[in-house]
Design a protein around this ligand. Sequence first.
Ligand code: FAD
Length: 456
Amino acid sequence: MSLVADLGGIVGAEHVQADPPARAVADATEGRGVQGRADALVRPGSTEEVAAVVAHLYERDVAIVPRGGGTGFAGGAVPDGGVVVDLGRMTRVRRFDPELWRIEVEAGLSTAHLRRMAREHGLFFPPDPGAAEQSNIGGNIATNAGGPHALKYGVTGDWVTGLEAVVAPGEVVRFGGALTKDVAGYDLVHLLVGSEGTLGIVTAAWLRLVPAPEVALPVVAAFPSPAEGVAAILDVLASGIQPSVLDYLDGAATAAAGGSFPLGTLPGGAPFLVVAEADGAREEARRVAAELREALQARATTVFSPEAPGEVAALWRWRDGVSLAVTAQRGGKVSEDIAVPLDVLEQAIAATAEIGARHGLPTCSWGHAGDGNLHSTFLVDRDDAGELHRAEEAAVELFAWAAAHGGTVSGEHGVGLLKRGGLALQWSPAAVELQRAVKRAFDPKGLMNPGKKEPA
Ligand SMILES: Cc1cc2nc3c(=O)[nH]c(=O)nc-3n(C[C@H](O)[C@H](O)[C@H](O)COP(=O)(O)OP(=O)(O)OC[C@H]3O[C@@H](n4cnc5c(N)ncnc54)[C@H](O)[C@@H]3O)c2cc1C
């Protein structure tokens, strides 16, 4: 029997596709020319089916590439042959205990759906990566996704208390569960978190929730220069204010997205913008928002502090659209997600522009300033192979710069296919070998998402 017929026997023929379409073998790196190919795509409907699919493929030495919403920025879900295992049918909420602030969901549930469900019960699932309608929980866990609220609330992994996964050669394993403390054994929950499909396929997770903040009050401030803006960010942190968000856009990112800024006209093109937020009980959020305003306006040219729910929602829709607005400038972009210690944030913003200029490319950056996490971006014409090549070279220099300044090649998008070469820059040979040993322990045949995550 053929591979496709075998897989059809496990999941039903209607859930297997030979020669999957281009969009099913690409992710958000499509704009930088990354395109995959696969022998088949399979959409299992249960953990048992995932286990049977993995057992079948592992025995036959076929590569296995897990796929969530396909919004990744590192090419992690882009296959180079083998079978794509799409978790999109596994969207069940297995258990929801709002009174105990916890939920167990299958990997294919969308991030936005989970966040809405929590909200409807007065609860909050804080991780808020920007493509939340399309990304799913399995993908968020596999990349340990962040987002603007990671500053106060942490990244996805901080909200995972238990995982169910299928590991080679087709075993279902469960680590942690509906409990918030568990120090028995090595922390395999958080080894799988961020493992980008290279150690196993996450099929379900127990997640922690918290009571939703009563209000969230943004404060947006425009600055005359990056130096003033970064100084204001450091002022906020130094004065002991705890914002829930402390994001920034440089002048070029503001220029790209500024036309649709929902709160008014940005002064003088705004060379630097800070998007902050205070949340909590109404009085507490008001107090923190007032402190934020005070700390930011000392150096700012303009400060906006919307309170009407419609304006606040419009601001966040705008913020979520920044990445797309930047792409629209030239049709393509090579956008990285280095993270650096806060004391070199301003230098990292300047280094992005300087590296881009040396490669003859327009640049911009924006990101989660409070976490030192930059989306350093080289803008390209996606049909110009020369520009794409120069942008990839610029990215390699950027990684080297980050590593040399105590930073990392990836603060939130993961390593995937594209950043493997950067890992040896930030780790010693012994640390690299430990990473490889972990991979071998989980996946002795090297079939789980091959060519991803591991150091090149
Ligand atoms: C407009 C836009 C804004 C974004 N903003 C943010 C942001 O603010 N913060 C952030 O962190 N990211 C952001 N991202 C990147 C992306 O949304 C995240 O990386 C997200 O977590 C990927 O989830 P996904 O379901 O789309 O995964 P995919 O892209 O499908 O897969 C990502 C990786 O996870 C693996 N994987 C997927 N599902 C599973 C599973 N069930 N088990 C094991 N491995 C699996 C894949 O093999 C791949 O390696 C953004 C992307 C876009 C397009």
